[in-house]
Design a protein around this ligand. Structure first.
Ligand code: 5RP
Length: 262
Protein backbone atom coordinates (compact mmCIF):
# COMPACT_ATOMS: atom_id res chain seq x y z
CA UNK A 1 0.00 0.00 0.00
CA UNK A 2 1.32 3.45 -0.92
CA UNK A 3 2.34 6.00 1.71
CA UNK A 4 -0.53 8.32 0.77
CA UNK A 5 -3.18 5.62 1.20
CA UNK A 6 -1.63 4.48 4.50
CA UNK A 7 -1.39 8.05 5.73
CA UNK A 8 -5.04 8.78 4.94
CA UNK A 9 -6.25 5.54 6.52
CA UNK A 10 -4.22 6.29 9.64
CA UNK A 11 -5.94 9.67 9.96
CA UNK A 12 -9.28 7.86 10.02
CA UNK A 13 -8.45 4.70 11.93
CA UNK A 14 -6.53 5.47 15.09
CA UNK A 15 -3.52 3.60 16.52
CA UNK A 16 -5.78 1.29 18.52
CA UNK A 17 -7.32 0.16 15.21
CA UNK A 18 -10.65 1.82 16.03
CA UNK A 19 -12.60 4.77 14.69
CA UNK A 20 -15.54 7.05 15.44
CA UNK A 21 -16.91 8.75 12.33
CA UNK A 22 -19.61 11.42 12.62
CA UNK A 23 -22.02 11.48 9.64
CA UNK A 24 -23.77 14.75 8.89
CA UNK A 25 -24.55 13.92 5.25
CA UNK A 26 -28.26 13.19 5.74
CA UNK A 27 -29.40 16.34 3.93
CA UNK A 28 -28.24 14.90 0.62
CA UNK A 29 -31.51 12.96 0.37
CA UNK A 30 -33.51 14.01 3.47
CA UNK A 31 -33.20 17.80 3.29
CA UNK A 32 -32.97 19.75 6.56
CA UNK A 33 -33.00 16.80 8.97
CA UNK A 34 -33.99 17.48 12.60
CA UNK A 35 -31.02 18.84 14.60
CA UNK A 36 -29.00 19.18 11.42
CA UNK A 37 -30.61 22.39 10.19
CA UNK A 38 -27.31 24.16 10.95
CA UNK A 39 -24.71 21.41 10.71
CA UNK A 40 -21.80 23.66 11.69
CA UNK A 41 -23.48 24.43 15.03
CA UNK A 42 -24.59 20.82 15.58
CA UNK A 43 -21.11 19.40 15.38
CA UNK A 44 -19.23 22.01 17.43
CA UNK A 45 -19.65 20.27 20.82
CA UNK A 46 -19.12 16.82 19.24
CA UNK A 47 -15.84 17.42 17.44
CA UNK A 48 -13.59 16.68 20.46
CA UNK A 49 -14.93 13.11 20.53
CA UNK A 50 -15.02 12.00 16.89
CA UNK A 51 -12.22 11.07 14.49
CA UNK A 52 -13.69 12.18 11.14
CA UNK A 53 -16.74 13.84 9.58
CA UNK A 54 -18.83 12.25 6.82
CA UNK A 55 -20.20 15.14 4.81
CA UNK A 56 -21.17 16.36 1.33
CA UNK A 57 -19.20 19.05 -0.46
CA UNK A 58 -22.02 21.59 -0.04
CA UNK A 59 -22.08 21.38 3.75
CA UNK A 60 -18.30 21.12 3.88
CA UNK A 61 -17.86 24.41 2.02
CA UNK A 62 -20.64 26.28 3.81
CA UNK A 63 -20.44 25.01 7.39
CA UNK A 64 -17.04 23.51 8.16
CA UNK A 65 -14.04 25.77 8.75
CA UNK A 66 -11.02 24.64 6.72
CA UNK A 67 -8.49 25.42 9.47
CA UNK A 68 -7.85 22.59 11.93
CA UNK A 69 -10.76 20.51 10.64
CA UNK A 70 -11.23 16.84 11.42
CA UNK A 71 -10.38 14.47 8.56
CA UNK A 72 -13.13 14.58 5.94
CA UNK A 73 -14.89 11.59 4.41
CA UNK A 74 -16.63 13.14 1.44
CA UNK A 75 -20.06 11.74 0.52
CA UNK A 76 -19.87 11.46 -3.28
CA UNK A 77 -23.02 9.55 -4.22
CA UNK A 78 -26.55 10.93 -4.45
CA UNK A 79 -29.12 12.27 -6.88
CA UNK A 80 -32.24 10.98 -5.07
CA UNK A 81 -34.62 12.33 -2.41
CA UNK A 82 -37.19 11.14 0.13
CA UNK A 83 -39.84 12.59 -2.20
CA UNK A 84 -38.64 10.63 -5.22
CA UNK A 85 -39.48 7.12 -6.45
CA UNK A 86 -36.46 5.13 -5.27
CA UNK A 87 -33.60 6.12 -2.97
CA UNK A 88 -31.41 3.47 -4.56
CA UNK A 89 -31.22 5.25 -7.92
CA UNK A 90 -27.94 6.99 -7.04
CA UNK A 91 -25.13 8.24 -9.25
CA UNK A 92 -21.70 9.66 -8.47
CA UNK A 93 -22.00 13.37 -7.68
CA UNK A 94 -18.41 14.53 -7.30
CA UNK A 95 -15.46 14.43 -9.69
CA UNK A 96 -12.02 13.18 -8.71
CA UNK A 97 -10.66 16.72 -9.26
CA UNK A 98 -13.15 18.06 -6.71
CA UNK A 99 -12.31 15.29 -4.25
CA UNK A 100 -8.63 16.24 -4.47
CA UNK A 101 -9.36 20.02 -4.42
CA UNK A 102 -11.34 19.59 -1.18
CA UNK A 103 -8.46 17.58 0.28
CA UNK A 104 -10.76 14.71 1.25
CA UNK A 105 -9.15 12.07 3.43
CA UNK A 106 -11.57 9.47 2.04
CA UNK A 107 -14.80 9.26 0.09
CA UNK A 108 -18.07 7.44 0.79
CA UNK A 109 -20.48 5.91 -1.72
CA UNK A 110 -23.70 3.96 -1.16
CA UNK A 111 -24.40 0.58 -2.72
CA UNK A 112 -27.92 -0.86 -2.78
CA UNK A 113 -27.48 -4.62 -3.14
CA UNK A 114 -30.71 -6.42 -4.07
CA UNK A 115 -32.40 -3.25 -5.31
CA UNK A 116 -33.46 -2.35 -8.86
CA UNK A 117 -30.28 -0.26 -8.96
CA UNK A 118 -27.88 -2.91 -7.68
CA UNK A 119 -25.67 -2.96 -10.78
CA UNK A 120 -25.65 0.82 -11.19
CA UNK A 121 -24.62 1.48 -7.59
CA UNK A 122 -22.03 -1.32 -7.54
CA UNK A 123 -20.51 0.09 -10.72
CA UNK A 124 -20.51 3.55 -9.08
CA UNK A 125 -18.37 2.01 -6.34
CA UNK A 126 -16.04 0.27 -8.81
CA UNK A 127 -15.58 3.45 -10.89
CA UNK A 128 -14.84 5.49 -7.79
CA UNK A 129 -12.30 2.92 -6.59
CA UNK A 130 -10.59 3.01 -10.00
CA UNK A 131 -10.22 6.79 -9.80
CA UNK A 132 -9.45 7.20 -6.10
CA UNK A 133 -6.84 4.44 -5.90
CA UNK A 134 -4.73 6.40 -8.44
CA UNK A 135 -4.41 9.15 -5.83
CA UNK A 136 -4.20 7.06 -2.67
CA UNK A 137 -7.69 8.02 -1.52
CA UNK A 138 -9.60 5.29 0.35
CA UNK A 139 -13.20 4.53 -0.60
CA UNK A 140 -15.74 3.66 2.08
CA UNK A 141 -18.73 1.69 0.78
CA UNK A 142 -22.03 2.25 2.57
CA UNK A 143 -24.29 -0.79 2.37
CA UNK A 144 -27.56 1.12 2.14
CA UNK A 145 -31.11 -0.25 2.31
CA UNK A 146 -33.09 2.94 1.62
CA UNK A 147 -36.50 2.73 3.28
CA UNK A 148 -36.36 -1.09 3.51
CA UNK A 149 -34.93 -1.26 7.04
CA UNK A 150 -36.16 -4.86 7.50
CA UNK A 151 -33.44 -6.00 5.08
CA UNK A 152 -30.84 -5.64 7.85
CA UNK A 153 -30.17 -9.29 8.69
CA UNK A 154 -26.82 -11.05 8.74
CA UNK A 155 -27.32 -12.92 5.47
CA UNK A 156 -28.10 -9.77 3.51
CA UNK A 157 -25.46 -7.64 5.25
CA UNK A 158 -22.75 -10.28 4.73
CA UNK A 159 -23.59 -10.43 1.02
CA UNK A 160 -23.52 -6.65 0.60
CA UNK A 161 -20.32 -6.16 2.64
CA UNK A 162 -18.41 -8.89 0.85
CA UNK A 163 -19.36 -7.58 -2.57
CA UNK A 164 -18.34 -4.03 -1.62
CA UNK A 165 -14.96 -5.27 -0.39
CA UNK A 166 -14.45 -7.41 -3.50
CA UNK A 167 -15.03 -4.33 -5.66
CA UNK A 168 -12.26 -2.50 -3.83
CA UNK A 169 -13.72 -0.59 -0.88
CA UNK A 170 -11.04 -0.04 1.78
CA UNK A 171 -13.66 0.21 4.54
CA UNK A 172 -17.27 -0.96 4.60
CA UNK A 173 -19.99 0.70 6.61
CA UNK A 174 -22.93 -1.54 7.44
CA UNK A 175 -25.64 -2.09 10.02
CA UNK A 176 -25.22 -3.99 13.26
CA UNK A 177 -27.55 -6.98 13.63
CA UNK A 178 -28.34 -9.05 16.69
CA UNK A 179 -27.99 -12.49 15.12
CA UNK A 180 -24.78 -13.35 13.26
CA UNK A 181 -23.05 -9.97 13.15
CA UNK A 182 -19.69 -11.72 13.67
CA UNK A 183 -20.32 -13.61 10.41
CA UNK A 184 -20.85 -10.32 8.59
CA UNK A 185 -17.47 -9.07 9.86
CA UNK A 186 -15.67 -12.37 9.24
CA UNK A 187 -16.91 -12.57 5.68
CA UNK A 188 -15.64 -9.10 4.87
CA UNK A 189 -11.89 -8.88 4.14
CA UNK A 190 -11.70 -5.14 4.97
CA UNK A 191 -12.60 -3.31 8.21
CA UNK A 192 -16.29 -2.95 9.05
CA UNK A 193 -17.75 0.18 10.63
CA UNK A 194 -21.26 0.18 12.11
CA UNK A 195 -23.96 2.58 10.92
CA UNK A 196 -26.56 3.93 13.28
CA UNK A 197 -29.95 4.01 11.63
CA UNK A 198 -33.05 5.71 13.09
CA UNK A 199 -32.80 6.92 16.66
CA UNK A 200 -33.00 4.24 19.40
CA UNK A 201 -35.45 4.59 22.32
CA UNK A 202 -32.77 4.92 25.01
CA UNK A 203 -29.10 5.84 25.29
CA UNK A 204 -28.38 2.45 26.84
CA UNK A 205 -29.74 0.70 23.74
CA UNK A 206 -27.18 2.58 21.63
CA UNK A 207 -24.31 1.71 23.98
CA UNK A 208 -25.41 -1.93 23.98
CA UNK A 209 -25.37 -2.40 20.23
CA UNK A 210 -22.16 -0.45 19.76
CA UNK A 211 -20.38 -2.42 22.50
CA UNK A 212 -21.71 -5.72 21.16
CA UNK A 213 -20.64 -4.89 17.60
CA UNK A 214 -17.14 -3.97 18.76
CA UNK A 215 -16.84 -7.28 20.64
CA UNK A 216 -17.88 -9.09 17.47
CA UNK A 217 -15.24 -7.48 15.28
CA UNK A 218 -16.35 -4.06 14.03
CA UNK A 219 -13.59 -1.45 14.17
CA UNK A 220 -15.85 1.46 14.99
CA UNK A 221 -18.96 3.47 14.29
CA UNK A 222 -20.42 5.97 11.87
CA UNK A 223 -23.26 7.19 14.06
CA UNK A 224 -25.28 10.31 13.39
CA UNK A 225 -28.89 10.60 14.55
CA UNK A 226 -28.31 8.59 17.71
CA UNK A 227 -25.76 11.23 18.71
CA UNK A 228 -26.91 14.63 17.47
CA UNK A 229 -30.65 13.96 17.84
CA UNK A 230 -30.12 12.71 21.41
CA UNK A 231 -31.18 14.81 24.41
CA UNK A 232 -27.52 15.24 25.39
CA UNK A 233 -25.45 14.98 22.20
CA UNK A 234 -22.04 15.79 23.71
CA UNK A 235 -22.56 13.31 26.56
CA UNK A 236 -23.56 10.65 24.01
CA UNK A 237 -20.45 11.34 21.95
CA UNK A 238 -18.21 11.20 25.02
CA UNK A 239 -19.66 7.86 26.17
CA UNK A 240 -19.42 6.36 22.67
CA UNK A 241 -15.82 7.51 22.33
CA UNK A 242 -15.09 5.67 25.58
CA UNK A 243 -16.50 2.42 24.13
CA UNK A 244 -14.59 2.85 20.88
CA UNK A 245 -11.24 4.07 22.19
CA UNK A 246 -11.13 3.50 25.95
CA UNK A 247 -12.41 -0.05 26.32
CA UNK A 248 -15.49 1.09 28.25
CA UNK A 249 -18.29 -1.47 28.64
CA UNK A 250 -22.00 -0.59 28.66
CA UNK A 251 -22.06 0.10 32.41
CA UNK A 252 -19.05 2.41 32.17
CA UNK A 253 -20.51 4.17 29.12
CA UNK A 254 -23.75 4.83 31.07
CA UNK A 255 -21.71 6.27 33.95
CA UNK A 256 -19.74 8.52 31.60
CA UNK A 257 -22.97 9.63 29.94
CA UNK A 258 -24.72 10.38 33.24
CA UNK A 259 -21.77 12.37 34.52
CA UNK A 260 -21.28 14.30 31.28
CA UNK A 261 -24.94 15.24 30.82
CA UNK A 262 -25.03 17.23 34.08
C1 5RP B 1 -27.02 7.51 4.84
C2 5RP B 1 -25.69 7.51 5.51
C3 5RP B 1 -25.53 8.18 6.81
O1 5RP B 1 -24.20 8.55 6.93
C4 5RP B 1 -25.93 7.14 7.80
O2 5RP B 1 -27.32 7.05 7.76
C5 5RP B 1 -25.42 7.30 9.20
O3 5RP B 1 -26.19 8.08 9.97
P1 5RP B 1 -27.22 7.54 11.04
O4 5RP B 1 -26.42 7.03 12.19
O5 5RP B 1 -28.04 8.73 11.41
O6 5RP B 1 -28.03 6.45 10.37
O7 5RP B 1 -24.78 6.96 5.01
O8 5RP B 1 -27.03 6.46 3.91
Amino acid sequence: MDWGMRNRLSQLIKEDGHCFFMPIDHGYFQGPTRCLEEPGETIKPLLPYCDALFVTRGVLRSAIGPANSKPIILRVSGGTSMAGKDLANEGLTTSIEEIIRLNATAVGVSVFVGSDYEQQTLLNLAKLVNECENYGIPVMAVTAVGKELEKRDARYLALACRIAAELGARVVKTYWCKEGFEKVVKGCPVPVVMAGGPKCETEREVFEFVYDGMQRGAIGINLGRNVWQARHPAAMAKALQAIIHKKADVKKACEIFNEAKI
